[in-house]
Design a protein around this ligand. Structure first.
Ligand code: WTA
Length: 632
C-alpha cells in the first residue's frame, strides 16, 4: 500500500527522508506497485540537458496497477461513477471488474485497427466514461494518448494532431454541456480537412441522436468496433521511461507544446500525492470536477484515484445546469467525501448566493480542494464556511501540467491551513525561491521566483518532438533548477503562497493561455496590423483577457469589429481564449529595441494608471496618454 502520512510529525519525517535519501524514499513507494520487471536504478538525472530517468530498467503497465491489481481485493467496488449532464438521466457506474473488461475491449479494438505501442492517439471527446476507458485502453497497449480539450477549435485540434502525428482520433458525435449541444464530430471533420494526413481512423462514440457526416474510409463507430471485442487483453510491457501521454499546454511563446509524461514515475507520484493530499480512505467517494482535457483530469480523475483503488466520479455537465445548485445536488446524491474544483467555479457559484448551497446537506464532505489558479480570500472563506461548514479542510493544491502531480499543498487534516496559501511542498519536492539572477533566497518572509531543485518522479521529460524547447523554457533560466514560471512568497513558517505567473502566460478561469498565442489569433483578422494581449483582474475568471489592437484602416462599427475579433479567436483557438475587452489603439508603447512594454499595458488594463514608472525611455512615449485615455 502507498504510504499514507497521518500526522504532521510523519510528514516532517517523510519530507526529511525524501530530501536526504530521495532514491530510498521513492524506491519504497515504487515497491508498493506491480512491476513486470523491477528497476535496476532508481534515478539518473542531469537538469542541464535535461535528462531525467526514474526507475531505470523497470518494466510495468500502469493499467495493471489501475485495474488488474484491484480485481481480487475490490473487483466489485465501484471504480467510476459517471453523472450525466441531464439530471433526469440515470447515472452509470463501473466496478473495477467492469472497467477492466471495458478497457480491455477497447484496447483490443484499437489493436484491431492497427494501433500499437508508441502510436499516438488523439482524443477530442466530452466527459463521457468512454473517454477514461479510451485513455486507459491506449495505456494498456502502449499507445500514447493526447487528449485535446473538446472546447478547442478545429484549428487548435488540427495543430495538436499534426504536431503529434496522431494515427487515430477518438471522438464522440455530439456533446451536451448545460444547454449547449456541440457537434464534436463535425469539428473533427473540419480539423481533418486542414491536412491531418497522419490520421488513418476516426473512432466515434455515439452520444447523440443526431446524424453526422460519415466518411467510410476513415470513420468507425465505437459500438461496432469495441463492443464485440474480447474482454481480455494482455498489458503491454512498458519501460518506466516509455511515454504514457502527451498533453498540450500554453507557454509564453509560440504554439502550445506537448508536455511528455512517462509511465513509471508518473504512476508512483500521482498515486502517492492523491492518497496523501486528499487523505482518501477506502469507501470514500471522490469527485474532481475538472475536464480530462486538462492535466487535473488526467492525474486526479483517472490515474491517481484508480491507482489508489478509489471511487472516482466523472461529471458530464456544468456547475450551473439546470441551476446553480447542481454541484451540491451531486455531492448529496452520491455522498461525495472529497470535492476538488477550481476557484473560478467557486467564485461563480458564490456570486449566485448562499441559498443555492444551503438547501443541500453536504454532510458527507470531508475535504475540499482547489486547483488551477490562486484562490482569493473571499472565495476561500466562502468555500470554507458555506460549503465546508468550517469542518472540511481546504487543500489549495499548486502544480502544473509539467509537474504531473500536486507539488505544494496541505495534506488534509494534517498540515495547518492558512487561507490562500498552498502551504508546504509534498515529500520529495525540493521547492525554492530565487531572485532574477538565480541566487537562491534563503530564510523566511521572502518572495521570489519559484523553482524546484531536485527531480521528482512525475516531472516533464521533454516537449514532444522538440527537446531543446523543453530545455530552454524550463531548465535554462536558472542553472540546475526547474523554473515554474510562477512567483511565490514564503511566510515566517516556511509556507508558500503562489502569487501568479511572472511570464507572459495568463490564467483565465483556471485555463492557461499564452498571450502570444492569443495575439497570433487576433492578427489573423484582415484589419489587424498588430496586437498586444495582457491579463487583468476579473471577479469571476481570476484574470480576463485585454487586447490592444492596431488596425490597418479606421473601423466604422467598433462593436461589429470586436465581434469579428472574438470570432477569429474562437476559430483559431476556441471560445475560452476570446478577449473580454478590446481597445483599438494607434500604436503600442515600445522600447527602443521594439519590444512591447507589457508592464505598462498591464497596469492600464487593470485600471491602475497612477504610477506607470519611467516612460521617457520609450520609443514612443506619447502613445501612453492615448492608450490611457481610451482604456475600457
Ligand atoms: C497556476 C493546473 C495558485 C499556476 C494544475 C501554474 C495555481 C499554472 C494553483 C499551471 C494554485 C495552479 N494556486 N496558482 N493552487 N494551481 N496554478 O498547467 O500559475 O493548467 O503555473 O496546471 O496554474 O496551470 P496548468
Amino acid at each position: 500500500m502507498t504510504l499514507q502520512i497521518k500526522t504532521i510529525e510523519e510528514y516532517n519525517t517523510a519530507y526529511q527522508k525524501s530530501v536526504e535519501n530521495p532514491e530510498g524514499f521513492w524506491a519504497e513507494q515504487a515497491e508498493t506497485f506491480t512491476w513486470q520487471k523491477k528497476w535496476d536504478k532508481v534515478l539518473e538525472w542531469d537538469f542541464k540537458k535535461p535528462d531525467v530517468k526514474w526507475f531505470v530498467g523497470g518494466t510495468l503497465n500502469i493499467t495493471e496497477n489501475c485495474l488488474d491489481r484491484h480485481l481480487t481485493t475490490r473487483g466489485d467496488q465501484v471504480a467510476i461513477i459517471w453523472e450525466p449532464n441531464e439530471p433526469s438521466q440515470d447515472f452509470k457506474t463501473y466496478t473495477y471488474k467492469e472497467l477492466h473488461a471495458e478497457v480491455c475491449k477497447c484496447a483490443n479494438a484499437l489493436k484491431a485497427q492497427g494501433i500499437g505501442k508508441g502510436d499516438r492517439v488523439c482524443f477530442y471527446m466530452p466527459m463521457v466514461a468512454e473517454l477514461a476507458i479510451g485513455v486507459l485502453a491506449c495505456a494498456r497497449i502502449g499507445a500514447i494518448h493526447s487528449v485535446v480539450f473538446a472546447g478547442f477549435s478545429a484549428q487548435a485540434l488540427a495543430d495538436r494532431v499534426k504536431d503529434a502525428q496522431a494515427k487515430m482520433i477518438i471522438c464522440s458525435d455530439f456533446n451536451s454541456r448545460g444547454k449547449k449541444h456541440i457537434p464534436v464530430k463535425q469539428v473533427v471533420d473540419e480539423a481533418i480537412a486542414m491536412g491531418c494526413d497522419s490520421v488513418e481512423k476516426v473512432l466515434v462514440y455515439k452520444n447523440g441522436r443526431n446524424e453526422v457526416t460519415w466518411n467510410d474510409n476513415l470513420d468507425i463507430w465505437w459500438h461496432d468496433t469495441v463492443d464485440s471485442q474480447s474482454a481480455d487483453c494482455p498489458a503491454e510491457p512498458m519501460d518506466s521511461e516509455d511515454i504514457l501521454f502527451i498533453l498540450y499546454t500554453s507557454g509564453s511563446t509560440g504554439k502550445p507544446k506537448g508536455v511528455v509524461h512517462t509511465c513509471g514515475g508518473y504512476m508512483v507520484y500521482t498515486c502517492f500525492s492523491f492518497k496523501n493530499v486528499f487523505q482518501y480512505d477506502d469507501g470514500d467517494i471522490y469527485w474532481c470536477t475538472a475536464d480530462i482535457g486538462w492535466i487535473t483530469g488526467h492525474s486526479y480523475i483517472v490515474y491517481g484515484p484508480l491507482l489508489a483503488g478509489a471511487t472516482t466520479m466523472m461529471f458530464e455537465g456544468v456547475p450551473t445546469y439546470p441551476n446553480s445548485g447542481r454541484f451540491w445536488d451531486i455531492c448529496d446524491k452520491h455522498k461525495v467525501n472529497q470535492f476538488y474544483t477550481a476557484p473560478t467555479a467557486i467564485r461563480a457559484l458564490m456570486a449566485k448566493g448562499d441559498e443555492w448551497v444551503s438547501r443541500y446537506q453536504l454532510d458527507s464532505i470531508k475535504v475540499l480542494g482547489s486547483v488551477g489558479e490562486p484562490i482569493n480570500i473571499e472565495a476561500w472563506n466562502w468555500y470554507n464556511k458555506v460549503v465546508g461548514k468550517e469542518k472540511a479542510p481546504i487543500v489549495d493544491t499548486w502544480w502544473q501540467t509539467e509537474t504531473g502531480g500536486i507539488m505544494i499543498s496541505p495534506l488534509a487534516n494534517i498540515t495547518p491551513l492558512k487561507p490562500c496559501y498552498a502551504t508546504l511542498p509534498l515529500p520529495g519536492i525540493q521547492a525554492c525561491l530565487v531572485d532574477t539572477e538565480g541566487n537562491e533566497i534563503e530564510g523566511n518572509n521572502v518572495e521570489g521566483l519559484l523553482c524546484i531543485k531536485f527531480p521528482w518522479p512525475s516531472m516533464i521529460r521533454t516537449t514532444y518532438g522538440d527537446h531543446e524547447r523543453c530545455r530552454q523554457v524550463y531548465f535554462s533560466a536558472f542553472e540546475n533548477k526547474y523554473f515554474t514560471g510562477d512567483g511565490a512568497r514564503r511566510d515566517e513558517n516556511g509556507m508558500y503562497r503562489i502569487i501568479g505567473r511572472v511570464d507572459d502566460v495568463i490564467n483565465v478561469s483556471g485555463h492557461r493561455m499564452g498571450t502570444a498565442e492569443v495575439e497570433n489569433a487576433i492578427n489573423e483578422h484582415s484589419n489587424v496590423v498588430e496586437s498586444a494581449v495582457v491579463g487583468y483582474p476579473h471577479d469571476i475568471k481570476g484574470q480576463g483577457i485585454y487586447a490592444y489592437v492596431i488596425t490597418n484602416y479606421p473601423v466604422a462599427d467598433q462593436d461589429a469589429f470586436r465581434k469579428e475579433i472574438k470570432d477569429t479567436v474562437s476559430r483559431e483557438i476556441g471560445p475560452i481564449a476570446k478577449p473580454d475587452k478590446i481597445q483599438i489603439v494607434s500604436g503600442l508603447p515600445k522600447t527602443r529595441s521594439g519590444k512591447i512594454m507589457r508592464r505598462i499595458l498591464r497596469k492600464i488594463a487593470s485600471g491602475d494608471t497612477s504610477n506607470l514608472g519611467d516612460i521617457s525611455t520609450l520609443l514612443n512615449p506619447d502613445i501612453v496618454q492615448e492608450v490611457k485615455d481610451g482604456a475600457i
